[in-house]
Design a protein around this ligand. Sequence first.
Ligand SMILES: Nc1ncnc2c1ncn2[C@@H]1O[C@H](COP(=O)(O)OP(=O)(O)OP(=O)(O)O)[C@@H](O)[C@H]1O
Ligand SMILES: [Mg+2]
Length: 256
Amino acid sequence: MQASSVEIRKVNKFYGPFHALKDIDLSIPPGKVTCLIGPSGSGKSTLLRCMNFLEEYDSGEVRIDGQLIGYDAPGKRMSGRKLREMRRSIGMVFQQFNLWPHMTAHENVAEGLIRVRGLSKADAMTRAADALAKVGLADKMGNHPSRLSGGQQQRVAIARAIAMEPKLMLFDEPTSALDPELVGEVLNVMKTLASEGMTMVVVTHEMGFAAHVADQVAFLEKGELVDVDTPSGILHHPKDARIQSFLRTYHERNSF
Ligand SMILES: Nc1ncnc2c1ncn2[C@@H]1O[C@H](COP(=O)(O)OP(=O)(O)OP(=O)(O)O)[C@@H](O)[C@H]1O
Ligand SMILES: [Mg+2]
């Protein structure tokens, strides 16, 4: 599998006067899993969305495999066509699955292959079936989203992304809309993708996933990247008081 790297250098992002990302520096190595964690409102989604330019950044650089995304040169916006071309290799999975309600799982996955990739319907359906088998849904392909559980719907959304053969996958809290008993099946699919060498950036509240699957964990607070380290460095030996305080609150909420 081809895997992308992402280099983020001195990225700043403002919403009006509000400074949402402050001089962020982060290297996402190819074929590795990077988890972004931190309190609500710390800028995790904003940073993730800068990586495929769903969110414009105001200064600094985001490079995918060395190529600046969003701009041809600092301050000079890239054409829509070039941006779409770069985004072809980037998959994204959100908290909400965003499936078409009137299409089966199979059609949901095939749709982008036909419309965006220009595959014939037959080729798209074959590739979609492979992607659905990979996420363990070979037997549910004919179901509409209303006849799938939340965990199954999210796996269809992952299949839809991987069918496009991305080199980078961005996940924004993919399990936080799910009932607790359905979280594991989605995390397992993500673990499989990770073990195949996909570059993954995952915003998550699942500290277990960050601890066991991530290669590195980045902690954000108030738009600042406080620390990046191994999972054990951040989760078991945090040096910064802000991370210690976040983890204390997390453990209080998750113990009973
Ligand atoms: N479109 C917007 N306009 C103004 N402010 C925004 C906008 N989007 C986000 N923000 C602000 O930017 C900050 C970072 O938001 P972001 O969504 O990146 O946080 P987050 O870390 O993903 O939080 P959560 O864990 O709740 O999803 C927040 O304070 C938020 O209120
Ligand atoms: Mg968010």
